[in-house]
Design a protein around this ligand. Structure first.
Ligand code: ADP
Ligand code: MG
Length: 392
């Protein structure tokens, strides 16, 4: 059964789980997005071949922890090669990364992806389980973190010949829907940026400086535009149109680089087909995030760039603190409120939400310090012992 025909069934209001008496029309702004509570993926009363497939896929996810931290090393680029840069950082097996010139500098992670790894392989290990969880009602967040030109956008958005995690996830979501005839799904997307701690709606140019509100269901962005999507191409075309509204600037690398965080969110609502639709409605959010460059703002020369840099540093520092508190399990006080990014994601990061932090780095000897800073951030976010036996 096609997603389109299922989602357009007139007998069932796809918004019936909402408390609001007036369901939002297609493509309008909407809030009553109930934050997720992990629920059983497919009602046991509606067994189907595809529901079995879904759980087998979850079980086979290579990483099952709620929070995973991975590092992706890109190849040296032509600029670095032309400068005569050497490889300063290399993947030592699948779980650790080491400095060529100082073997004492070695860090362990849930997974380290070497320069030959494709984005599809990164997706399978670091994102598929998050997407799969979101389809089962568990919130998910995937971040790409790193300095400018380390490979964040290549990893999240990709290019035509090497699609990134966002297009792969969107395709996966529609694929899972096709394989799950026992349930009907409604998908909505939003796309926003956080620039200098100001939230702008990338799907609606007039949606500037939006506020974060909180109700008993969690935090939400007031007035954000949510578009119902009916195909992968539709979802991706919205991202392409939103890209035109991003803030970009030229930094000290003399490259166009993002100074804002962008958050692409898929809101996934599903319920069993048939008569018992009021039961077992799941609602989850999948956030796919291309973070602003994490480079130090100390070298920034203009006031404007310094201001951007300090906002970026503050929100990334808060993100690292939040993730490390989530992973150490103690979590007495988690400072979600210290940045818009973490406040907005609070419902997804807390509880049983799945979080994947993918840190991108260059192996280049001319960026040793920046790469080291990213590795320290990643390591602080989640401390993983070097698994010597698995590396050899
Ligand atoms: P960022 O978003 O972190 O600033 P980009 O993703 O734009 O960096 O990457 C900078 C350049 O390096 C781009 O031309 C991109 O295609 C290339 N690149 C990044 N990562 C890889 C990779 N793993 N393999 C091949 N090329 C890559
Ligand atoms: Mg980028």
């Amino acid at each position: 059964m096609s997603f389109t025909s299922r989602s357009s069934r007139s007998s069932i209001s796809p918004f019936r789980s909402r408390k609001s008496s007036e369901p939002p029309a297609k493509g309008t702004t909407a809030r009553p997005t109930k934050p997720h509570s992990p629920k059983p993926p497919i009602s046991p009363s509606t067994p189907s071949i595809s529901s079995t497939k879904l759980s087998e896929r979850s079980i086979s996810a290579k990483i099952k922890e709620n929070v995973t931290v991975t590092v992706r090393l890109r190849p040296l680029n032509s600029r670095e090669i032309n400068k005569g840069d050497e490889i300063a950082w290399f993947a030592d097996g699948d779980y650790s990364l080491q400095n060529e010139f100082n073997p004492a500098l070695a860090y362990g992670f849930d997974r380290v992806f070497g320069p030959a790894t494709t984005t599809r392989q990164v997706y399978d290990v670091a994102a598929h389980h998050v997407v799969n969880g979101a389809m089962e009602g568990i919130n998910g967040t995937v971040f790409a973190y790193g300095v400018t030109s380390s490979g964040k956008t290549h990893t999240m958005h990709g290019e035509q010949k090497s699609p990134g995690i966002i297009p792969l996830a969107v395709k996966d979501v529609f694929g899972i829907i096709q394989e799950t005839p026992g349930r009907e799904f409604l998908l909505r997307v939003s796309y926003l940026e956080i620039y200098n701690e100001v939230i702008n709606d990338l799907l609606n140019p007039t949606g500037q400086n939006l506020r974060i509100r909180e109700d008993n269901q969690g935090t939400y962005v007031e007035g954000i535009k949510e578009e119902v999507v009916l195909s992968p191409a539709h979802a991706l075309s919205l991202i392409a149109s939103g890209e035109a509204h991003r803030h970009v600037g030229s930094n000290n690398f003399n490259l166009l680089s993002s100074r804002s965080h962008t958050i692409f969110t898929l809101m996934i609502e599903s319920s069993p087909c048939g008569d018992n639709q009021e039961e077992d409605v799941t609602l989850s959010q999948l956030h796919l995030i291309d973070l602003a460059g994490s480079e130090s703002s100390k070298t920034e020369t203009t006031g404007m760039r310094r201001k951007e840099g300090s906002y970026i540093n503050k929100s990334l520092l808060t993100l690292g603190t939040v993730i490390s508190k989530l992973t150490d399990g103690k979590a007495a006080h988690i400072p979600y409120r210290d940045s818009k990014l973490t406040r907005l994601l609070q419902s997804s990061l807390s509880g049983h939400g799945r979080v994947s932090l993918i840190c991108t780095v260059t192996p280049s000897s001319s960026n040793t310090e920046e790469t080291h800073n990213t590795l320290k951030f990643a390591h602080r976010s989640k401390h993983v012992e070097i698994k010597a036996s698995q590396n050899k």
